[in-house]
Design a protein. Sequence first.
Length: 225
Amino acid sequence: MTTETAHCVDSLAVWCEVRDQVDWAAAAVLCETPVPVRATVDGLATWFDETVRARDAARADRLLAAMARSRADAVRKRPLTLDLLAGWQRLVLGVPEGGSDVPFRQGDAFAKGGRERYALTPHTRQDFAACLRQSADPEVPPAARAARAYLDVAFFHPFPDGNARLALLTLAYVLDLEGVRLDQVGPLQTTRYADDPGGAADLAVLVNVLIRATYRRGARARANS
């Protein structure tokens, strides 16, 4: 798809259709794991403090601050809302302390070198809020809810910048509310496309695989300690 063609396609509308096609309840059901899942290594913190820091120390510090805020919010069991995300995003982007939260985007957004366009309509904000509320749906396994929330942030693209970073924080938050912390997040760092229902389901499966692997490694470490 050329950039010119992509500008004619609303990838957010495509994602909303794809989102409804995926059987989220079935996508991760085969990999249920007892909770809580206690990681011997904090995968998210390690990713920020090592992989991200090797490229940009200031960005790593901002992400660790946002992670700390999100985990404090998880302790308080705060529901996933746009206002909650905006507070994290202020830290992700380094808005000075006391500054206002990052506002919702004011126009169409683009990603992947302009190959995906996420249109802004009068309903975008409320549609995004409705999707965020579904992150607490008890009928869907936590791994699938976390994967879906990750993709919602990626494709609704709520803020002018930093949405990929926010998507990872969101995935981790949904799991944290369920007592799950992964010991690695590197495998999640793969480009996702709005028009790929198979890829969306595969992300849910991948999150469950990572949960199970974290659980097994943690259980072995406790048994050997």
